[in-house]
Design a protein around this ligand. Structure first.
Ligand code: PEP
Length: 362
């Protein structure tokens, strides 16, 4: 797809998003009916959907019924065109935030093993692991996760990091520590960290700066407005402000990924409306698109269009296997940050497959 053709509609969507924030639902209705949701220039592998074999039955209790998913291209690997081959395309990223779960390392190991078997037996491991998939277990399970997910294509990330590299900081964990374990991602600025642990924008900024000093480490920055802010039409200003504060003093060169094969960045933004996290109230695809357009235009203002177009923006907040397809069909929704539904291997795998399936239609 011609990148320039892509950019025009995206600018239009950004304009619509801003207009929607200003003028409300008529613009939304127009946007929903305009077919703009079909513009995302991504394609993805959707393979082996019907190939979950008896092996999984033998492994026991983790059978996924994927037969409802169409699989016309399943055996034709030549039809797989890797996202990123086209300028401006973004690899979708699905991440599972386990929070303070599960309670024991044995339970964590079971979840990891089931996830690994789903990916190896059903998705064919790394070869079919588009979208990019990451799990964020609690710190004590990170090393176990690295071991049990080896060969699956699933990456491992840390839910939080401190603001110091080493020294007398009891209870803290540094970005270099998690990187040395093999983690590729850290999550920063989750709303639970902000509200329950009083993390300020300045602290979040320090964490990102320190993390980006670690070669090979990428950052998922979470932002999002509260219900009160949403109801007072403050989404745009809150989200924009959070991004600008979190990324203050961080340059283009700091975030552009110079070693990646697929052109990309070391930064992912997770837009997570606080009112949708753990509440079962998922934002509508149109609501998500409006917010994501705000995120992208803020990034564009800070880093220029070329960089902003490469940054993946996830939606987070009560995502389920049922809601992923519609959400990810939006042009600026590049994946999902999943809490509750990532705590079962089947639920999480279905979300990954939902993302892959809808992308394969582009
Ligand atoms: C989250 O914790 O980031 C999250 C989105 O949780 P949930 O999916 O449970 O709403």
């Amino acid at each position: 797809m011609d990148f320039k053709l892509l950019l025009q509609p995206q600018r239009f969507v950004v304009a619509l998003a801003i207009a929607s924030l200003t003028f409300g639902s008529p613009t939304l209705a127009f946007m929903a009916g305009s077919g703009l949701t079909q513009l995302k220039p991504l394609s993805a592998d959707f393979s082996e959907a019907n190939h979950l074999s008896c092996a999984l039955h033998a492994l026991g209790n983790n059978y996924l019924d994927f037969n409802h998913l169409s699989n016309d291209n399943a055996s034709d690997q030549s039809q797989f065109s890797a996202p990123g081959g086209q300028a401006g395309s973004r690899v979708p990223v699905i991440a599972g935030n386990w929070k303070l779960n599960p309670a024991t390392v044995e339970e964590a190991s079971t979840l990891l093993s089931l996830l690994a078997s789903n990916f190896i037996n059903h998705r064919g491991g790394i070869a079919a692991a588009t979208p990019e998939v990451i799990v964020f277990p609690p710190f004590p399970y990170l090393e176990r996760a690295m071991t049990l997910l080896e060969g699956t294509g699933i990456k491992v990330g840390a839910q939080n990091v401190g603001v110091e590299s080493k020294g007398a900081f009891t209870g803290e964990v540094s970005p270099s520590m998690v990187r040395s374990l093999g983690c590729e991602y850290v999550m920063v600025g989750h709303s639970e960290r902000r509200t329950l642990y009083g993390e300020s924008d300045d602290t979040i900024n320090s964490k990102i700066k320190l993390s980006l000093q670690e070669q090979g480490l990428k950052v998922i920055l979470c932002v999002g407005e509260t219900l009160e802010e949403y109801e007072n039409d403050l989404l745009s200003s809150v989200v924009s402000f959070q991004i600008k504060k979190a990324l203050q003093g961080i340059s283009r060169d700091d975030i552009v990924d110079t070693v990646a094969i697929v052109p990309g960045t070391r930064l992912v933004i997770a837009y997570e409306p606080v009112w949708a996290i753990g509440t079962g109230k998922v934002a509508t695809p149109e609501q998500a698109q409006i917010a994501h357009a705000v995120v992208r235009s803020t990034l564009q203002e800070m880093y220029g269009e070329d960089v902003a177009e490469k940054i993946q923006i996830q939606y987070g907040g009560s995502v389920t296997p049922d809601s992923i397809s519609d959400l990810i069909s939006m042009p600026d929704v590049d994946g999902a940050l999943v809490g509750g539904a990532s705590l079962t291997a089947d639920g999480f795998t279905r979300i990954v497959d939902g993302a892959a399936a809808s992308l394969s239609t582009y």
